[in-house]
Write a protein that binds this ligand. Structure first.
Ligand code: GLN
Length: 228
């Protein structure tokens, strides 16, 4: 089987280096003997609905609104309904919710996650560590956002905050619903936390994926020791 990975609007959602998540997934799929293609979709292009994994990154407010508008046609909704995996970081995560704020104005989101984002009491910047129940490990990254995210019914937190702020409310980070994962962790998160990359690959393939990459493990452990 070949995996199709779509990196959504990197020209808008690429400010924080989250584009690396697609590269990590393709690299680790290759190590597991699975071929993977990364396709960049610009906000001027139609979004294909037949990919296995969709990725969104962080952005500044104006770019975030452009990306949200381009996605409001509903093609991402169709892909997710078919069971595709979706990982959205920071601005991407906020876009998936019911509403978020950009430059002081409330913007309607895609409503794929039952969350809403409000202006926070500060800007949340720095190293972050969260404990993931799903993976049974601490994940590390860095965060840089002004929004505070509130989870509503049917949404599970992505993790419990150990260091940093995460959603800026309830000492949790991110949200999960089905195969949709949202989090505030830049890093890129999948370069910092290989276990999570393999979980996404497994979800996309519908079977466990076994990847041997000692250097990635060593790096993840080092970051987990340093972020405290
Ligand atoms: N513009 C959003 C905020 O400040 C998201 C920032 C980001 O993606 N890092 O909350």
């Amino acid at each position: 089987m070949a995996l199709k990975i779509v990196r959504i609007h990197n020209e808008l959602l690429g400010t924080y280096g989250d584009r690396g998540n697609a590269d990590v997934l393709a690299y680790r799929a290759g190590l597991a003997g699975i071929s993977a293609t990364v396709i960049d979709i610009s906000y001027r292009d139609a979004l294909p609905s037949d990919a296995d994994i969709y990725l969104m990154g962080g952005a500044e407010d104006a770019a975030q609104v452009l990306s949200c508008n381009a996605l409001s046609s509903g093609s991402l909704h169709g892909a997710v309904e078919k069971g595709a995996v979706l990982l959205a970081i920071c601005a991407g995560f906020q876009i998936l919710g019911k509403s978020f704020y950009a430059n002081g104005e409330e913007i309607r989101g895609l409503g794929l996650l039952n969350i809403r984002t409000e202006p926070g009491s500060q800007r949340y910047v720095g190293d972050i560590k969260v404990h993931s129940e799903l993976l049974g490990v601490d994940l590390t990254g860095f965060e840089n956002h002004g929004g505070k995210t509130i989870l509503e019914s049917g949404t599970t937190p992505f993790g419990t905050v150990v260091v940093g702020d995460g959603n800026g409310a309830a000492e949790i980070d991110g949200a999960i619903t089905g195969n949709i994962f949202g989090t505030y962790l830049h890093g890129p998160i999948l370069a910092r936390n290989p276990e999570f990359a393999d979980l996404l690959l497994s979800r996309a393939l519908g079977a466990p994926v076994s990847v041997v990459d000692p250097l990635a493990n060593e790096y993840a452990q080092l970051r987990r020791k340093v972020v405290k």
